[in-house]
Each structure stands twice: as C-alpha cells, then as structure tokens.
Design a protein around this ligand. Structure first.
Ligand code: PLP
Length: 447
C-alpha cells in the first residue's frame, strides 16, 4: 500500500522511518530502472520555511520560481502561504494557476518584454521591479498603474553568481531614476536589491539595507510613499550552511534602518535556500574506461553516467556549482582509485567531475548527488535524446502531520486507495494507504 497524495501534481510517497537514501536503494533494485531520477523531500522544504520564519520573522519569503519550478515545490509553497518572485509571463501564469492571489507575486525582472508586461497588466500582477529609464517608459505605456520597486545595485564581495554587472542602479544614481518615474506619473512603492546568488558575504546585506534606506529617503523627499523593502535572494541552500550568519546582519540592519513599526513591509526572494537540499539526484554508470600509463599501470578510471551538463549538471556551467557524489553501496575506502565522471552525450564539454576517488565500480552502479535542487532541473534539456530525470516526491510522515495541523481543513485525507501491485516501496512497513487532497486556495499559513 502507499499513501497516494493527489495534492502533489501526480503522487507522493509518505515515509515513516525511511530516508531518501532508503527510497533510492529501493527504487534502484528494479532492474528496469535505468534512467536517472530525483527524490524530492517535501519535508526539507517545509523545514526550510519553518527555519526562515524563526530566523527572519520580519521578512516574508517570495520564492524565486526560476530556481526550480517543479509543480510540487510551487504547490507546497502556495499552501504554506509564501509569496512568489516571477521573472516572466509563463512563471506568472504558473503561479496564478495555483490559485495564488496577485498580491503574493512580485514580477522581479527589471527588464521585461513588452508582451509580458501587457500580460502582467491584464492579470493585475502590479508589483514589479525596474532599474532603468527605458523600462519606466515601457511601464508607463503598458501598465501605468503598476507598483514599482526600484532595484539598486549592491554587490557582495564574493558570490557564486554575481548579478550586479547586469542589474541594479547604483544607489547614488537612484534619485535621477526616481525623478524620471515621477515625471512619468508612476508610482514607486519600494526598493529592492540582490547581493548575488550564492552570497559568501552575509555582511553585504547590512550595507544593502543601509543603502536602501538612503534611497527610501530620496523617494520620500520626492513625494513617493514607499512601503516595501525587498532584500532579494542570495541565501545558502546547503543543509550544512546556517541561515544564522545571514539573519544576524539582516535583522540588525532592519532594526537600525527599518525598525518595527516603521510601516515598511519586508520581503525577500530566496530561491536556492528553499530548494537546494530538498532534491537528491540518482544517476547510474552507463560506461567506463580504464586509462593506463605507458608502464601499463592504471592511471584513472573514466565513468560515464546517465545525466550530464546538458541535463541536471548544467548547474556546473550556469550556476558555478560544486557537486559531490556519494555511493549507494558501501565500499572499502582503501579500494578507491583516481577517477573522473562524464555525462552521457557525445560532447566533450559534458564533463562532471575531473578528479575524485571512487572504487572500481561496475556499469549499472548508482552514484547519488545530494543538494541538487537549485538551478538544475529548470534549465535541463534533452540534448542527444537523453531524458530529463523524473522526480519522485516523498513526504516524511511527521511533515504530513505538520501540514495537516497547520493548514487545517485545507489539507486533508480524502479517500483510501491500496496499491499493492504498483507499490513503490517493496516492504509493507514503508507504505500506507490513502489519498490526500488539498484545496489550492489554502489559507495563508505564512502571515
Ligand atoms: N531574485 C532575482 C531577481 C534573481 O535574479 C534571483 C536569482 O538569480 C533570485 C531572486 C534567487 O536568488 P537565490 O537563488 O540566490 O536566492
């Protein structure tokens, strides 16, 4: 039997004691399971949102859809009541289709195609960012009633993906842009920034909030009534990083520059933080080559796996990620040999890890890549005809109970279905019966 949860576009498997690795072990016992796949742990996302609430109580997260738009991620966040940062009309439509109110969306792309802007106007998604005068003219033409958030440039000293070279007006140039908005009769309601994705310099948030305050004052001086501060993304996604390092300078800066009761609403646009650690990728070795030196002794083993840089590992090229593999089966450390890992396509660039040590593994052995939820699936393609990995959704039982308790009647068990034959996990202890349904307009848990 398995717990069938039709809330999660498709189905989800409820876990009792088992871990994601147990799920992968069970799944890969099936000899027909040859394609790579992800396991999405909904519990991880719920936990991240809980921690966020605890550590950054004044900051409402607007999840950056671009980071991973898997339907379950969006549905669970919609039910938890977060907002959403959308970058395009398709992302806006996706979120509205979930029944999320327009007020929970920020269209956070400072350079929008006119057609997307017209759709935002039609759908009344009014909150949007800008950082240049041309954009103001476009907004004036297509959506003059929009609520505008000026994006300023404040760069972290060190970030995995800096963004400042592409977006954001320098704080010292913001006033001229605000004047241009004023001349066009537009409504500026707030200030935003993004210090860079994968920020390694949490103190940059302090500086950015200080600079935002300065821009707020300029806006007030010009007669605007700004009420929104958007502190962007940049938060760490790994389960080994702590949000504390970021929360400390942010909360301190908010206390100094935007103290409680000042009437300013604070939002953020976390992407990586919400999803990175929730997705684990399982890949298998499809081919291997042992390379020897001139004397005939083994130099390295080249492993070819069934996902690569044209698929999930596009994150190596676009997101500058560092990935690491773990073995599904235990092997003696002493038997490890130097090796490299390659993707399945015929392109030489399809190279995942240049140097690592692994035992001598047979074809068909599985390599597991944890923390693969951010900027992976969303940009993966099917070059050379290799499929994008499917996603298996799992929900730890305690998460399920939490969702039921906190989302109340909107999250309820609807009917019971026993699926012995198609059982996902072999052992009965892994399975429960039932079908769960959630209304899409769940009351906002995140208030
Ligand atoms: N907001 C905007 C405007 C972005 O461009 C990005 C990422 O590029 C994000 C939020 C999400 O950033 P992160 O994944 O670092 O939290």
């Amino acid at each position: 039997m398995k717990l069938e949860c039709n809330f999660f576009a498709g189905s989800a498997h409820i876990l009792n004691e088992e871990t994601v690795m147990d799920v992968i072990r069970e799944k890969t016992k099936d000899p027909e399971q040859e394609d790579p796949f992800y396991v999405l742990d909904v519990g991880d996302i719920v936990q991240k949102i809980k921690v966020w609430k605890l550590k950054l109580p004044r900051v409402k997260p607007f999840y950056a859809v671009k980071c991973n738009d898997h339907p379950t991620v969006l549905e669970i966040l919609a039910a938890l009541g977060t907002g959403f940062d959308c970058a395009s009309k398709s992302e806006i439509e996706k979120i509205l289709e979930l029944g999320v109110d327009q007020s929970r969306i920020i269209y956070a792309n400072p350079c929008k195609p006119a057609s997307h802007l017209r759709l935002a106007a039609k759908l009344q998604v009014s909150l949007m960012t800008f950082d240049n005068e041309t954009e103001l003219h476009k907004i004036s033409a297509y959506y003059p009633d929009a609520k505008l958030v000026i994006r300023i440039r404040v760069d972290a000293a060190d970030a995995q993906c800096p963004l400042g070279m592409k977006f954001g007006v320098l704080p010292e140039d913001a006033e001229a842009l605000l004047v241009a908005a004023q001349d066009l009769g537009l409504n500026v309601v707030g200030v935003s920034f993004h210090v860079g994705s994968g920020c390694q310099d949490p103190s940059s948030f302090y500086q950015a909030i200080a600079s935002s305050k300065m821009v707020f004052e300029k806006a007030v001086g010009l007669g605007f009534s700004p009420y929104l501060l958007d502190i962007g993304g940049g938060f760490p996604g790994s389960s080994s990083s702590s949000l504390d390092e970021f929360a400390e300078p942010i909360n301190r800066a908010l206390d100094v520059f935007f103290p409680e009761g000042c009437g300013v609403e604070i939002i953020a646009e976390p992407g990586r933080y919400v999803v990175a650690s929730a997705f684990t990728l399982a890949t298998s070795i499809v081919a291997k080559r042992e390379v020897s030196d001139a004397s005939g002794s083994l130099e390295t083993i080249m492993y070819y796996i069934n996902d690569g840089v044209y698929g999930s590992f596009n994150c190596l090229l676009y997101d500058h990620q560092k990935v690491h593999a773990v073995l599904l089966k235990k092997h003696d450390k002493e038997t490890h040999l130097p090796c490299s890992v390659w993707g399945p396509t015929c392109d030489g660039i399809d190279h995942i890890v240049s140097e690592m040590s692994l035992p001598r593994l047979p074809c068909g052995e599985w390599l597991v890549w944890p923390e693969m939820g951010a900027y992976t699936l969303v940009a993966a393609g099917t070059f050379n005809g290799f499929p994008v990995p499917k996603v298996i959704v799992v929900v730890p039982h305690h998460t399920w109970l939490y969702l039921e308790e906190h989302l109340g009647h909107s999250f309820s068990m609807a009917s019971v279905e026993v699926q012995n034959e198609k059982a996902f996990l072999a052992k009965d202890r892994h399975e429960m019966a039932g079908s769960l349904a959630v209304t899409k307009n769940a009351a906002s848990h995140y208030t």
